[in-house]
Design a protein around this ligand. Structure first.
Ligand code: PMP
Ligand code: GLU
Length: 398
C-alpha cells in the first residue's frame, strides 16, 4: 500500500506524532549489540540494575496466591493507601486514598491528566529542554505546547518571569519535571516558591493546573534536594497533579506501574478515562510495587549512590574532551552534553558517534536542542570509561 493511501486512513491528531525517539534509539542500540557490534549504550533511560529480590518475590507470591484477575481500575486499595502514606510522609500533608490512582507507568498518568484537563486549543506550558514525550502528549490532548526556555547559564532553572509571560487566558497547565530528564537539573526551593506565586497571581481559581512529574525524585545527588511544588506552597494542592512511579527509583521500568495524585474530581475523571482504555494496571505488578514502596528502602539509596559515582565519572570524562562541555546534573541519570564546539547539529553528531565509534546516545533535537546530546549514565562504569576513551580517540582521528 502506498504511503499516501495509508495516511488517508489515519486520524488527523496523529499527523504530528512520531514514535518516542528515546525508545527507538534504545532499541537500535540493543539490536546492534545483538548483531555482535561493540556498542556502548548510553541511550537507555532505565536503571541497569535488576529489580531488587524482595520485589520480585512479592510478584511471584502474587501469582501463587492467584492475584491474577482484574483489580479496581484505580489500583488495589493497599497500593493506593501505601502511595497516599508515602506522599503524606514526604510532603507533610495527608492524601486520601481517593486522591491517588495507579497507572500503567508514569507515562499513562501524564496521558490521563492531559486528556482530562485539556480542551482543543488550550495551551500547556512546557519548560525546555524537555522530556521527549511531553510535546506529543500535549498534542494528543488537542492542546498546544508553549515552550519556555531554561538556560545552561542559569543552571536550567525555570525563569518565573518567562513563565509568567507565557501564561495566557488559554493556559490550562504547566508541566514541571524535577529532577529533569534530560538536564538532571533539580529545581531550587526558591524558584519553586516564585513559580507558585506566578501561578497564583495568574489565576486565583482552579482553572490553571500544575502537572509535576517527579519520577526521578529519589535519584538526587547531595547536597541537592528535590522539592515538590506542593511542599513549598501547600495552597497549590487543589491544582497540582503529582506524577510519579516505581520505574526509575526501584529499577522497575518493565513492570509498568506509575501513579497520579491530585484533586479528587480530576483523579475521578482520570479513572473514568482509564476504565475505557487499559482498565487496571497489571495486578501482579501492583503487588510488586506495593512491596517496593512499603519494603526496605536501602536498595533505592544504594542505586542512587552508584548513579552519583557514575555521574562523576561520565561528566568528568566528557568535560575533559575538547569540544564537549557538560552541565553537572544534580539528579536523574542523564548527562546533557553541549556539543556546540563540534560545529554540527546534534543528530549528525549522534549518528556519527554511532556509526564511527559504536557509541549510542540520544541527540538533543527531541528534547528541544540541536546543541546537546543526552548520555544516560544508567550503565556500568566500564562502559563509561570505554565511552570516554573512544570519544577522545574519535576526536583525534584525522
Ligand atoms: N517522565 C519522565 C521525565 C521520564 O523520563 C519517564 C521515563 N520513561 C517517564 C515520565 C515515564 O515513566 P514510566 O516508564 O513509568 O512510564
Ligand atoms: N524516559 C526514558 C528516556 O527518556 C525511557 C524512554 C521513554 O519512555 O521515553 O529515555
Amino acid at each position: 500500500m502506498s504511503a499516501a493511501m495509508t495516511s488517508i486512513a489515519l486520524a488527523d491528531r496523529l499527523r504530528h506524532i512520531e514514535g518516542s525517539p528515546t525508545l527507538a534509539l534504545a532499541a537500535t542500540a540493543k539490536a546492534l549489540a545483538k548483531a555482535g557490534k561493540p556498542v556502548l549504550d548510553f541511550t537507555a533511560g532505565e536503571p541497569d540494575f535488576p529489580t531488587p529480590p524482595a520485589i520480585k518475590a512479592a510478584a511471584i507470591k502474587a501469582i501463587e496466591h492467584n492475584c491474577t484477575k482484574y483489580t479496581p481500575v484505580a489500583g488495589i486499595l493497599e497500593l493506593r493507601k501505601a502511595i497516599a502514606n508515602t506522599l503524606a510522609r514526604r510532603l507533610g500533608r495527608p492524601y486520601a486514598d481517593a486522591e491517588v490512582m495507579v497507572t500503567c507507568g508514569a507515562k499513562q498518568a501524564l496521558y490521563n491528566a492531559l486528556q482530562v484537563l485539556c480542551n482543543p486549543g488550550d495551551e500547556v506550558v512546557v519548560l525546555t529542554p524537555h522530556w521527549v514525550s511531553y510535546e506529543p502528549l500535549v498534542l494528543l490532548a488537542a492542546a498546544k505546547p508553549v515552550f519556555v526556555e531554561t538556560t545552561e547559564a542559569d543552571g536550567f532553572q525555570p525563569d518565573p518571569a518567562a513563565v509568567k509571560r507565557a501564561i495566557t487566558s488559554k493556559t490550562k497547565a504547566i508541566i514541571l519535571n524535577s529532577p529533569s530528564n534530560p538536564t538532571g537539573a533539580v529545581i531550587e526551593e526558591s524558584r519553586l516558591k516564585e513559580l507558585a506565586a506566578v501561578l497564583k497571581g495568574a489565576r486565583s481559581d482552579e482553572s490553571l493546573f500544575m502537572i509535576s512529574d517527579e519520577i526521578y525524585d529519589q535519584i538526587v545527588f547531595p547536597p541537592a534536594r528535590s522539592y515538590s511544588i506542593v511542599q513549598v506552597d501547600p495552597t497549590l494542592i487543589d491544582r497540582t497533579i503529582l506524577v510519579n512511579g516505581v520505574s526509575k527509583s526501584y529499577s522497575m521500568t518493565g513492570w509498568r506501574i506509575g501513579y497520579a495524585a491530585g484533586p479528587q474530581h480530576v483523579i475521578d475523571a482520570m479513572i473514568n478515562l482509564q476504565s475505557h482504555s487499559t482498565s487496571n494496571p497489571t495486578s501482579i505488578s501492583q503487588y510488586a510495587a506495593l512491596e517496593a514502596i512499603t519494603g526496605d528502602q536501602r536498595e533505592v539509596q544504594r542505586m542512587a549512590e552508584e548513579f552519583q559515582r557514575r555521574r562523576d565519572a561520565l561528566v568528568g570524562g566528557l568535560n575533559g574532551i575538547p569540544g564537549l562541555s557538560c552541565f553537572n546534573p544534580q539528579g536523574a541519570f542523564y548527562a546533557w552534553c553541549n556539543i556546540s564546539g563540534l560545529k554540527q547539529p546534534a543528530d549528525t553528531i549522534a549518528s556519527r558517534w554511532l556509526e564511527e565509534a559504536f557509541i549510542a546516545t540520544v541527540p538533543g533535537e527531541g528534547f528541544g536542542s540541536r546543541k546537546h546530546v543526552r548520555f544516560s549514565f544508567a550503565t556500568s562504569r566500564e562502559t563509561i570509561q570505554e565511552g570516554v576513551t573512544r570519544l577522545t580517540q574519535w576526536l583525534h582521528k584525522p
